[in-house]
Design a protein around this ligand. Sequence first.
Ligand SMILES: [Zn+2]
Length: 150
Amino acid sequence: MFKWFGKVNFSPYTKVTGFAQYLKDGLLMGSRCKECGTQSFPPRADCENCMSPEFDFFEMSGKCTLHTYTKIVAAPTGFEDVAPYIVGVVDLEEGGRALAWIGETIKEDELEIGMDIQVVPRIFEELEEIKVYYSLEKPGTTWSKTDSAR
Ligand SMILES: [Zn+2]
């Protein structure tokens, strides 16, 4: 019932594949530029500030507040089968913003701009592909592997 990074064309992908591996382990990671210290989420291969390609991963708390949200009724190609759904943009505690689906722990009528949210990494493993994503959940929601297919 969900998307994964392959589907949303996460890029530049090749230099930040470690990000997906961390998600697989339930860790939400940002990137920190080795040259100027600029932190980015999602991780960037090239610094948005100084364009340096050198970076380290650092773990993020996933704590954030809801910046805005919208209900998608007319879904883009590839997502028609799951509409309607709600996506939110959150302001992360460590800086930066994330766009993700609102998870099942938050009901539509509970959504309020500025409310506390937790970014929760999730994973599907199927054959050769590793599919990871994260959703926006109530604070305190813990990640657990799911083995139910779709
Ligand atoms: Zn930099």
